[in-house]
Design a protein around this ligand. Structure first.
Ligand SMILES: *Cc1c(COP(=O)(O)O)cnc(C)c1O
Length: 657
């Protein structure tokens, strides 16, 4: 949180921001004043300021000035001038101590034609605000709306200044809604007001401000509570560096408590497909919570879950006909395994109980999911407890630790796979694979001919194929599903990560009719006796529906394809220059290693740290570096992110010399 800057905003124009600023500056000679955006009659503002605070220092920072009295986006367009951008305002104001910044107009005034507003600036800068309102008619509504907007982005409000004749009724109504926001009343002043009265009012306001600042600062100690009380996932707490304190997110970026804006280059664990804080999803979540927040899904149902199931089935196409809900990827996989296993016991073929999975596979951290995954790494401690299936080698499209010669091994490994099918098919419940890209094992891309061959074998030997598309599904791969782009089909598909656009936990397991019908029986014990308390949670389903609307309207699939081509261009330019090994890209996934086959752990620590200094939040997978942004990332943001990635690798190379 930045406490050496204060932002003055108001419920509208001509409410008295400059007047309040000048009151504050009257008694604080070490503070300076900056009005970064001025439209129409800008110079009058400074005169007004100097009438009350003649010695106030005007900050030398650059301003965006327009003659037209209109919102900045319109004024800039009319004058063919550059419009203000949040990134510019941030860069200008960063590191400026004791700065009073006055906005232009109210909070949602558009700064430019990309719809950036003061709210975006405030959220990014972590700057507290003083909100100025008038005491007249319409004040309550405008004030409450402004407060709601500020609170919706966690922007601290230091004080509400009510400017004009006293209206106790209004004050009381607002206080009833927001008892914790201090109100400062500035009565109507005339030319005969004594200067000492102005000083008194200014001081009163500063007092409230510092009170609230202290309180906000105390609340900021949450990081210490984290260290004291929280057990983080995948974290060795003895040696782990301090976690990055993330306080806000918007679009492709995360904002930290230390004032950084970091490109979310791992899409918050691969979930954030449509960018953070999308207002449509926010609205859907809010509306659904107000209408129906939750109800058990065993013997009740609701519209969001039904609509979403229909949408998912339409997207997946044949042979999928049914959707089973759970709340995370691991559970979606557990459900898939149970569906396949019980299909065979229901059919009286209990010998078909084994699962075939692939080297390097990752399907989640629950016991069933661990049983069909590589046992090293994450799951070593639990090796004795899992039922192990049959592990098969795969063919990667690039040299990798799993397949050192890449596609050169195609024929040999196809033969191995056929052999495994011939020997085991009659005992197999199903085959499970992350199609196209194995995520957690290091963004291993499969050879597509090999993947299609696997599909053919499942057809030929009548073995169920489970596709774990928890990572690859819903646009990430440059199609709604990886299996569609690869041209294969399957019997079960698991979805989770991107399902709600990265907003809420929700997972779905899609099954074909053949599997569903194996559970239909007069004997109730033949039902799928599996469920989770929050199965099909209506709010999560509503978020997923809104997210699918956005997918369609924004054509996320084409966006992912164009990200892919930017990635490929980046690889062409940088493969030699940065000596990248096995660089690869598909959809919104870019990955490479820095040295072939080397597990050099130092890069795993150093790269994220260097990346952070270039404005990237990166995670690595051992020696694999990957870049997985929001699929709504703009071309400009992507350019910036990719050049930051290049600089990160260059710095790393330099540090190794
Ligand atoms: C992340 C992931 C999972 C596990 O999902 P959780 O929501 O973390 O349980 C399963 N499969 C794949 C392919 C994944 O990437």
């Amino acid at each position: 949180m930045n406490f050496s800057q204060v932002f003055i905003t108001a419920t509208g124009t001509d409410v008295g921001k400059t007047f309040v600023s000048s009151l504050l500056l009257r008694t604080r000679k070490n503070w300076s004043y900056w009005k970064p955006v001025q439209t129409g009659g800008s110079r009058v503002d400074q005169n007004a300021l100097h009438e009350i605070a003649p010695l106030a220092a005007i900050s030398p920072l650059k301003c965006f000035e327009y003659d037209l009295p209109a919102s900045p986006d319109q004024a800039a367009a009319a004058e063919f001038a550059l419009s203000p951008r949040v990134a510019d305002l941030l860069a200008l104001s960063r590191d400026q101590e004791n700065l009073l910044i006055e906005g232009a107009g109210g909070l949602l005034v558009p700064l430019n034609e990309d719809n950036e507003t003061w709210l975006d600036f405030l959220q990014a800068s972590r700057m507290p605000v003083v909100l100025v309102a008038t005491s007249g008619l319409g004040t309550i509504n405008h004030t409450l709306l402004s407060i709601e907007a500020l609170q919706s982005r966690s922007i601290p409000i230091l004080a509400l200044v009510i400017n004009g004749f006293e209206h106790r009724g209004n004050q009381r109504s607002i206080a009833r809604f927001h008892p914790r926001i201090p109100q400062v009343i500035i009565p109507q002043l005339g030319s005969d007001t004594a200067l000492s009265e102005l000083d008194r009012l200014g001081e009163a306001l500063w007092q409230k401000i510092s009170l609230m600042r202290n309180e906000a600062q105390r609340a900021d100690s949450w990081l210490r509570k984290d260290q004291k009380f929280v057990w983080h996932p995948y974290t060795q707490h003895k040696t782990a560096p301090r976690p990055i304190p993330v306080v806000a997110a918007r679009g492709s970026y995360l904002y930290t408590d230390e004032g950084e804006r970091l490109l979310d280059a791992s899409a918050s664990w691969w979930t954030c497909s449509i960018g953070h804080g999308h207002p449509r999803i926010a609205a859907a979540i809010r509306a659904q919570q107000a209408k129906l927040d939750h109800c058990g899904f065993g013997n009740a149902t609701h519209q969001p879950a039904a609509e979403l199931a229909a949408r998912l089935i339409a997207l997946a196409g044949p042979p999928f006909t049914k959707v089973f809900y759970s709340d995370n990827g691991s559970c979606a996989v557990e459900v898939a395994l149970k569906m396949a296993a019980q299909t065979w016991t229901n059919r009286g073929q209990p010998e078909r109980s084994k699962f075939l999975y692939f080297e390097g596979a990752y399907h989640g951290d629950t016991f069933g999911a661990m049983s069909v995954a590589e046992s090293g790494g994450f799951h070593k401690a639990f090796a004795p407890y899992v039922f192990k299936g049959i592990e098969a080698p795969l063919v990667t499209s690039h040299p990798s630790r799993l397949c050192p010669k890449g596609p050169e091994e195609l024929n040999e490994r196809k033969a191995i796979l056929r052999n495994l099918f011939e020997k085991n098919a009659k005992n197999l419940a199903a085959v499970i694979i992350e199609p196209w890209v194995q995520g957690a094992s290091g963004m291993m891309f499969q050879d597509l001919e090999w993947l299609r061959y696997l599909g053919e074998l499942c057809g030929e030997f009548k073995v169920f194929l489970i596709l774990d598309e928890v990572f690859t599904g819903l646009g990430r791969i440059g199609d709604v599903f990886a299996f569609k782009r690869a041209g294969i089909t399957a019997d079960i598909v698991c979805l989770a990560k991107g399902l709600t656009g990265g907003n809420l936990p929700l997972a779905a397991t899609l099954a074909c009719e053949e599997i569903f019908s194996a559970f239909l029986d007069d004997d109730r014990s033949k039902a799928l006796l599996h469920g989770h308390t929050f199965s099909g949670n209506p709010i999560a389903c509503a978020a997923a529906l809104a997210s699918l609307d956005i997918y369609r309207e924004e054509d996320i699939v084409s966006r992912a394809r164009s990200i892919e081509s930017s990635f490929k261009t980046w690889i062409e330019w940088n493969e030699k220059r940065l000596s990248l090994s096995a660089p690869r890209a598909v959809g919104g996934i870019l990955a490479f290693e820095l040295e072939v086959g080397d597990y050099f752990h130092k890069a795993a620590y150093q790269i994220p740290e260097i990346g952070r200094s270039h404005g990237l939040l990166l995670r690595t997978l051992g020696s694999t570096i990957y870049f997985v942004p929001s699929l709504m990332i703009t071309a400009e943001e992507l350019d910036l992110g990719l050049s930051a990635l290049r600089q990160t690798i260059e710095d790393y190379r330099e540090s190794q010399k």
